[in-house]
Design a protein around this ligand. Structure first.
Ligand code: PHE
Length: 358
């Protein structure tokens, strides 16, 4: 028994030298001390068989061995625990990489939040649209050459019978489908709802056969449409001016330039003063501004809703009038001061080096 105790102590000493973590420590503790089957526990059960004259010596040795094992285990446990908390709590943690919303979504939400308090309600309509709404009802019948301006993706099919709403005037019976090239295609859809006055915004995807630094084939447009009694150009101008000051900054101004659209009369293009040269066209060093043309950047198309469009929507142009405006969301976002987005295609490349700058 004496020999066995000495041997056990030696074995334990050798084993504990290899223990480097708390889990192994626990295994070792169980191996020697577990109540049911620990090596030392088992050995001590044999104390009954020890001869009387040896019992005092063996008992002392057994206790010493037990204490030795317990102390060694505790010592090691304390030191392993100390290693675990040997850690500087004041060092800032590593942040997990967090993304952000797509730039178009950021712009859409901002536009929406500016126009909503003015009473514009956001509406949604399909991207796959009838030629009827994109062109026909917007005063561009059949083969009207103005249609060419929209570089449209038509669906390759012969004209088919259209499923238009009950109260639609159905100016033509058959039509073709297309990917909507502009958000104006919802003007008559909204009028057909038959609820007046109208004050709505449509911010959605548009598609055109164009790709270069200022165009992507899938992009977003905003359309604003107001129809009520006694609506005139000052309402249009005031609304866009308010928007521009909120979105681009209080120091930006707008101007309306005469233009032509088939579905508005009169029609305008809306320019905003350039944020880089403050509308002067000249930079501080006297050179011409590289952002704009003589102090102005082109933002939007706009105008008073054409009487033929009101008629196509079942509204009497002698009683009601309205204004509409529309512009590209990506382009509008890229015109914010200081962003320096000089190629719109970057917004859809998913290049993190670009995305992480915002
Ligand atoms: N839909 C026109 C475009 O795509 C913009 C526009 C909207 C013009 C509303 C007038 C009124 O260019």
């Amino acid at each position: 028994m004496k020999q066995k105790l000495i041997q056990l102590k030696e074995e334990f000493t050798a084993e504990i030298a290899d223990v480097k973590d708390l889990k192994k420590l626990e295994t070792l503790e169980n191996k020697y001390l577990s109540r049911k089957s620990g090596l030392l526990t088992n050995l001590m059960k044999g104390i009954k068989e020890v001869a009387k004259e040896e019992i005092a010596e063996i008992g002392t040795l057994a206790n010493e061995t037990k204490n030795y094992i317990i102390n060694k285990l505790e010592e090691l446990r304390a030191s392993l625990n100390r290693d675990l908390i040997d850690f500087d709590f004041t060092v800032p943690g590593k942040k997990p990489p967090v993304g952000h919303l797509h730039l178009a979504t950021i712009a859409i939400r901002e536009i929406e939040s500016i126009l909503e308090p003015l009473g514009f309600i956001r509406v949604r309509h399909p991207d796959v649209e009838w030629d009827y709404y994109a062109f026909e009802t917007l005063n561009m019948p059949g083969d009207h050459p103005a249609r060419d301006d929209w570089e449209t993706f038509f669906i390759d099919e012969a004209p088919i019978k259209m499923n238009l709403p009950e109260n639609s005037l159905k100016l033509v019976k058959e039509g073709r489908r297309l990917l909507t090239p502009h958000t104006s295609s919802i003007q008559v859809r909204e009028m057909e709802k038959g609820i007046l006055p109208i004050r709505m915004m449509n911010i959605s995807k548009c598609y055109r056969r164009q790709i270069d630094i200022s165009h992507v084939p899938m992009f977003h447009q905003l359309e604003g449409l107001v129809i009520d009694k006694d609506i005139n150009i000052t309402h249009l101008k005031g609304t866009i001016d308010y928007f521009v000051k909120k979105f681009f900054g209080e120091n930006r101004t707008i101007r309306l330039r005469p233009h032509h659209f088939q579905f508005t009369e009169p029609s305008f293009e809306v320019d905003i003063s350039c944020g880089l040269c403050q509308g002067t066209g000249k930079l501080e060093d006297g050179s011409s501004c590289r952002m704009c043309k003589e102090g102005w950047l082109e933002l939007a198309g706009a105008g008073m809703v054409h009487p033929n469009v009101l008629k196509a929507g079942g509204i009497d142009p002698n009683v009601y009038s309205g204004f509409a405006f529309g512009w590209g969301v990506e382009r509008c976002f890229s015109m914010k001061s200081g962003l320096n987005i000089d190629d719109l295609r970057l917004m859809y490349k998913n290049d993190l080096r670009f995305n992480e700058q915002f």
